[in-house]
Design a protein around this ligand. Structure first.
Ligand code: G4P
Length: 284
């Protein structure tokens, strides 16, 4: 799902988040494990002030396993609960319920001290488009859980998914808007397909990806496309075009198609597990 963000969309998304945040105890913030900082929303800290927070590094199957662990530690050191998951295949999903309990322990204990017993924890999933919110909710909800309708104590018009006797999840995720102001973040979001390719031309974007891969994951392009790894990004695209027989008008190289193939291979994990940023790249 791709979005064109206009100020009106952002205002609406923010208003929806503000409304829903009032109803919940815990924000489950989904980020893309390949770019955990760039795929975070800058405003979530302010919007979610006072709420328990769980950071889910989703699409962990596409990211470097060592980097996943580094990122989990990074967020934990910042005082957030953090886990890595693969929502598509269900990896890591089983442990989520106990992580949710853990993330809300302070709140549950506060309730208990006030004599409120067994009030379920209410949670909502939030994240920028395409980060995997729907897939995650489906994986978490599975088939076994029951949806709760409009019953006393449940806000009218809101659907909650009862995960177990202790946890209820809002069935619609909060959509957050991506970072626009930071060019480096924008580039990574374009690599992972979270913002439209039109931000940069496909070839320009692919040439940037080539540059990143050659610096950070040497050997990956050579292994996948049998090409040399030196020279500029556009030359590499030409070599990929040769390797993948991308031609237009007889035998002119179609570097635009080669660029699309490269981006598609990266997004689909066919270049291997790759992480685009490390914690020292910036602050949360
Ligand atoms: P959203 O609600 O946040 O917008 O995201 P959504 O769940 O629609 O997921 C966006 C894309 O990311 C989907 O791919 C989905 O399958 C994929 N995805 C979600 N979680 C994971 C994960 O943990 N690992 C991997 N590898 N992929 C994940 P799609 O191509 O749009 O759809 P489909 O062809 O997979 O159905």
């Amino acid at each position: 799902m791709h979005f064109q963000w206009y100020p009106g969309h952002m205002t609406k998304a923010r208003r929806m988040m503000q409304e829903n945040i009032k109803l919940i105890d815990l924000i489950i913030e989904l980020v893309d494990a390949r770019a955990p900082l760039s795929s975070r929303n800058p405003d979530i800290d302010e919007l979610g002030r006072g709420k328990a927070r769980l950071i889910v590094l989703n699409k962990a199957d596409l990211a470097d396993e060592r980097s996943n662990d580094v990122w989990v530690e990074y967020f934990r050191a910042k005082g957030c609960s953090a886990v890595k998951v693969n929502s598509k295949k269900g990896g890591g999903i089983k442990s989520i319920q106990s992580v949710i309990q853990e993330a809300c322990r302070e709140k549950t204990e506060r309730d208990r001290r006030r004599g409120i017993m067994n009030r379920p924890v209410r949670a909502m999933v939030a994240g920028i488009p395409n980060v995997g919110k729907s897939t995650f909710i489906n994986a978490l909800a599975g088939k076994a859980c029951t949806k709760t309708g409009n019953r006393p104590g449940v806000t009218k018009g809101k659907q909650w998914i009862r995960l177990n006797k202790n946890v209820e999840l809002l069935d619609t995720p909060g959509i957050l808007w991506p970072k626009f102001e930071d060019q480096q973040a924008g580039l990574k979001l374009a690599f992972i397909g979270s913002i439209k390719d039109e931000i940069l031309q496909t070839e320009e974007l692919a040439a940037e990806l080539v540059k990143f891969l050659e610096e950070s994951y040497p050997g990956v392009l050579a292994g996948k496309y049998g090409i040399q790894e030196s020279g500029d990004g556009y030359q590499r695209l030409e070599e990929i075009a040769v390797n993948r027989h991308c031609l237009v008008r007889g035998n002119e190289l179609d570097t635009e198609k080669a660029a699309a193939i490269l981006l598609d291979d990266f997004r689909g994990g066919r270049l291997g597990r790759i992480t685009l940023e490390t914690p020292d790249a910036g602050e949360v």
